[in-house]
Design a protein around this ligand. Structure first.
Ligand SMILES: [Mn+2]
Length: 427
């Protein structure tokens, strides 16, 4: 199904007055502070987040998976779902495919379908953390790090195949996340595994198309519980630098040990021009993959503050970032959950855009710790929702996306079309 502009306009109509009143107040406040509201609206409108093809079905934990009906059963339906998210939010303008879960059989037709929904293809993701039916070598003991040259060759070839598939869709980047590691001391040589991983990544990089980028994602633990080969940003950066200028580090918010200062990692990578991509989610304990902004919205704001600063003061020529939501949904309707995440991202971005960077630098220079904190918290505590709403409305989206989703009966229609028992490919 596809939402038409007239449907959204009709749904928005009764709420327009209330929105206008709140927007007027915020706009006047911002303008009195010398902020350029037109520029802010444009910056918000430009922030487009990729939705991964595996995020549209019921997620699960290792204890179970609970379906909710109307799940997309194939890539076409997944694209339609992302199209719905984009129509409502105007901030989900691309889709990130996971291979082999979503191999397009007819790339030209898939591109055409995506274009109908105003979507482009963002980074493609390889998968060497599962064995596929009929696969010659097993990844049980690793892939790019594996002791066996045959396993490594198969994993390298898989990544190259993912790139070739991505090329047929217009993607320009590949994200490599490895589950490789060891669950017990002595299981493998820590040095040998790292060296072989570097060699394998270099082999992939050698065949990376010139206009492509490779993102190397890190994660401290899980599925392996003693050591992970690419455990942290430093290892990722080292490997990226060992590959070449088109290899970058990718930060996934959930892939840190508790209390890690992620905004500092962002600042450190951007100063080197090596931050390639960003995966959004939230967590309380580990890689919990919860809705963006549901647990630590202040952390998200502080991260965006570094991103905004880094993008505005881009001395190391950091390329534009690949943004993606990487979360799982085992309680909520994933489309509602993704709408919440999209909103949380734009809110944090808008708050970060309000930070008075000049005043902050001045307070820092005077060692005025209190004032520096006040400046950040003043931005964070501004209710920017009318600004985010106005940007979305000007772009033709819904004033209140979740309300619109419910009032338009979208899930009910999807269940009617697809049935209660479809299962989306993915974890
Ligand atoms: Mn991720």
């Amino acid at each position: 199904m596809k939402l038409e502009a007239t449907q959204l306009a009709a749904q928005n109509a009764p709420y327009l007055d209330t929105h206008d009143r709140s927007w007027d107040i915020l706009r006047q406040q911002m303008e009195s502070k010398g902020l350029n509201t037109k520029a802010l609206l444009q910056q918000l409108s430009d922030l487009q987040i990729a939705i991964p093809s595996w995020a549209l079905g019921a997620g699960g934990t290792r204890f179970g998976r609970f379906s909710f009906g109307g799940e997309p059963a194939n890539l076409e339906q997944k694209i339609a779902d992302v199209g719905l998210l984009h129509a409502l939010s105007r901030s989900a303008g691309s889709i990130s495919l996971h291979i082999p879960w979503d191999i397009p059989e007819d790339p030209a037709a898939i591109r055409e379908l995506a274009a109908i929904h105003e979507l482009t293809f963002d980074a493609v993701n390889s998968n060497t953390f599962q064995d596929q039916p009929g696969q010659a070598q097993s990844y049980k003991f690793g892939s790019l790090c594996h002791h066996s040259a045959e396993v490594r060759a198969q994993a390298i070839e898989h990544n190259l195949e993912v790139i070739r598939i991505g090329q047929t869709l217009g993607s320009k980047s590949i994200t490599v996340w490895l589950a490789d590691g060891a669950s017990f001391p002595g299981q493998h040589s820590l040095r040998g595994a790292l060296q072989r991983t570097q060699d394998s990544l270099q082999a992939i990089y050698r065949d990376l198309p010139e206009d492509w980028r490779m993102f190397i994602e890190y994660k401290p633990y899980e599925p392996n519980f003693y050591s992970t080969v690419i455990a942290d940003w430093g290892t990722s950066l080292m490997l990226a630098e060992g590959c070449g200028p088109n290899a970058y580090t990718l930060v996934d918010l959930g892939h840190h040990l508790p209390n890690t200062n992620i905004e500092q990692i962002v600042a450190t990578l951007m100063i080197k021009g090596k931050l390639g991509g960003f995966h959004f989610n939230d967590s309380k304990y580990g890689d919990d993959d919860l809705t963006v902004g549901s647990i630590k919205p202040y952390q998200l704001f502080l991260i965006f503050n570094e991103l905004v600063y880094g993008m505005a003061n881009n001395t190391a020529n950091n390329p534009p970032l690949a943004w993606m939501i990487d979360a799982s949904h085992n309680l909520k309707d994933p489309l509602e959950d993704l709408l919440q995440s999209l909103e949380a991202i734009r809110i944090a971005y808008a708050q970060a855009l309000l930070v008075d960077q000049e005043a902050l630098a001045d307070a820092q220079a005077r060692q005025d710790v209190t004032e520096a904190q006040e400046i950040l918290q003043d931005a964070f505590r501004t209710d920017v929702r009318p600004l985010v709403r106005e940007a979305r409305w000007q772009d033709g989206g819904a004033l209140y996306p979740i309300q619109a989703y419910r009032e338009l009966g979208i899930r009910e229609q999807l269940i009617e079309q697809r049935g209660m028992h479809t299962v989306a490919t993915g974890l």
